[in-house]
Design a protein around this ligand. Structure first.
Ligand SMILES: [Zn+2]
Length: 200
């Protein structure tokens, strides 16, 4: 392995921690950065610093939030506060947002139930969802969960858990092929899935 001065070596090591980045690619990144103007490098490091300092999770929906309070969606007075769309991860929220089809709020579960992998209900934000329903006037919960085996299990569990609240629980229409991921669906398909959602 070639030897580089410590600042270079350390940054190479940091890059190799990123998903899918091997040592060779990490070296290319660092050599590229070394050729950039000072100001550019300063901006780059400031952005990384801000990522940690100025980003948090929204205490209501667990989306990313700038600063410490609610996220921009929960803060938006124009959003319909009576609808909550439940998704597995923040990326799914962004995919659904890009359709501009949904104007309610979101709730990020943080995954799907998977007892074999130790993902039990307590590991997901299910209790927090119940609390939101208890405290607010929620009329509809839309389950936008990928319909694979774990997804089906999660949907069944949520259906049972939400039953006592006596509200409308809907499921995205099966425009999405079985086992496919919201993450990779195109906007038109997602938009159709939202429009054609069915009551559970
Ligand atoms: Zn939020």
């Amino acid at each position: 392995m070639p030897y580089y001065p410590s600042p270079i070596e350390k940054l190479i090591e940091s890059f190799t921690r990123l998903p899918g980045i091997g040592r060779k690619t990490a070296e290319r990144f660092v050599f590229y950065l070394l050729k950039q103007p000072k100001q550019e490098l300063q901006n780059f490091s400031q952005n990384i610093f801000n990522l940690q300092a100025n980003t948090s999770l929204c205490p209501d929906c667990f989306n990313f939030s700038e600063g410490n309070g609610l996220c921009s969606i929960c803060r938006d007075p124009k959003r319909n506060k009576n609808q909550i769309c439940v998704v597995e991860k923040i990326h799914d929220l962004n995919m659904l947002e890009s359709t501009r089809e949904f104007n309610g709020l979101y709730h990020i579960l943080g995954g799907k139930l998977d007892p074999i992998e130790g993902i039990v209900p307590e590991k997901l934000k299910i209790r927090q969802l119940e609390e939101r329903i208890e405290k607010n006037n929620i009329e509809e919960i839309i389950l936008a969960i990928n319909p694979d085996i774990q997804g089906e299990g999660t949907i069944l569990y949520l259906r049972k858990t939400l039953q006592p609240f006596n509200l409308k629980v809907t499921l995205l229409a099966r425009g999405l092929p079985m086992g496919s991921d919201i993450e990779y669906a195109d906007e038109a398909t997602l938009s159709r899935a939202l429009k054609g959602r069915t009551e559970l």
